[in-house]
Design a protein around this ligand. Structure first.
Ligand code: GLN
Length: 289
């Protein structure tokens, strides 16, 4: 698929990806072209009629093949934006989703309401790329932020993202199973946040191939009903020095009420909210006491 100009490379790539059944073939072609040539969107458009650099052709074709095989563009280019910040992603971590930004926003609002001008301690469990704690640390300079994951590969990625966004010294990373690292250190958590794996094991095979074949199953599979990790975290709450005043969980479709019920029997809350995402699905459960 030789191309004389950048424009021609773009047009050929768009139709190649479309023929392979890739959704948003033009947007993907443009994104991959930016990456292959190391140009941002504006510079790419300015060079539209220039010759395609011959020495980049092999790499460019390799990127297109990966996309045609179904790999998410974010893993190919190694990037996803979240909460207005750049995050490095790789196959050790879930690609952060836009609905999770609503959870970040809500945690920041609750923290500012309950500790105005203060330094509450927020802990994120199952941090993956670090999208949640890094955005909160950037936006809440006075807060103390901790972040945990059971996966060493995820923690390494998350640490890199904290450094990349200038909060490497602010976010404290710990490795371990759910709340265990906080229990072991006797950490008094003020706000607990988590977007754990929540797909039921039986639904894993039916996930979109882009997700199922590329994203880490350990970040997706939540056991027989998809609720295992909520159940275990809620049981572990009793072993913390005190129950957090705010808990924010992201949940799968149809899980919000059951997670709210489990949380309800674990502590005396003043409110448990079910928050809908932009698609109208009950996506977050936020408990406050
Ligand atoms: N906390 C990370 C995110 O929200 C990872 C979630 C996960 O892997 N289940 O993107």
């Amino acid at each position: 698929m030789h191309a004389e100009t950048i424009r021609e490379a773009y047009l050929k790539a768009s139709s190649f990806l479309r023929d392979k059944g890739v959704a948003d073939s033009s947007a993907n072609a443009e994104l991959l072209l930016q990456h292959a040539l190391g140009l941002d969107r504006t510079s790419l458009l300015l060079r539209w009629s220039e010759p395609f650099p011959a020495e980049r052709e092999t790499d460019w074709l390799r990127l297109l093949e990966r996309k045609a095989a179904g790999e998410p563009a974010q893993y190919i280019i190694g990037e996803q934006e979240f909460y207005g910040l750049p995050f490095t992603v790789n196959r050790n971590v879930l690609i952060p989703r836009p609905e999770t930004e609503l959870l970040v926003e809500r945690m920041i609002a609750e923290g500012n309401r309950l500790w105005p001008g203060g330094s509450p301690l927020l802990a994120d469990v199952g941090t993956g790329s670090g999208a949640i704690p890094v955005s909160i640390a950037v936006h809440c300079p006075a807060w103390r932020v901790m972040s945990s994951d059971i996966s060493a590969g995820a923690l390494e990625t998350a640490r890199g993202n904290a450094e990349r966004n200038g909060v490497g010294e602010r976010v404290k990373f710990v490795q371990g199973d759910l709340l265990l690292p906080y229990i072991e250190q006797g950490t008094a958590i003020d706000l607990l946040v988590s977007n754990p794996p929540y797909i039921s094991t039986g639904d894993m095979a039916g996930l979109q191939p882009e997700v199922r074949d590329y994203e880490p199953h350990s970040a997706l599979d939540g056991g027989p009903e998809g609720l295992d990790l909520y159940r275990r975290m809620i049981t572990q709450l009793a072993e913390l020095p005190a129950c957090p005043r705010v808990i924010g969980f992201e949940v799968g479709q149809g899980q919000a009420r059951e997670v709210a019920r489990m949380l309800g029997s674990a502590a005396d809350w003043t409110a448990i909210d079910l928050v809908k995402d932009l698609a109208g699905i009950e996506r977050h459960v936020v408990a406050v006491r």
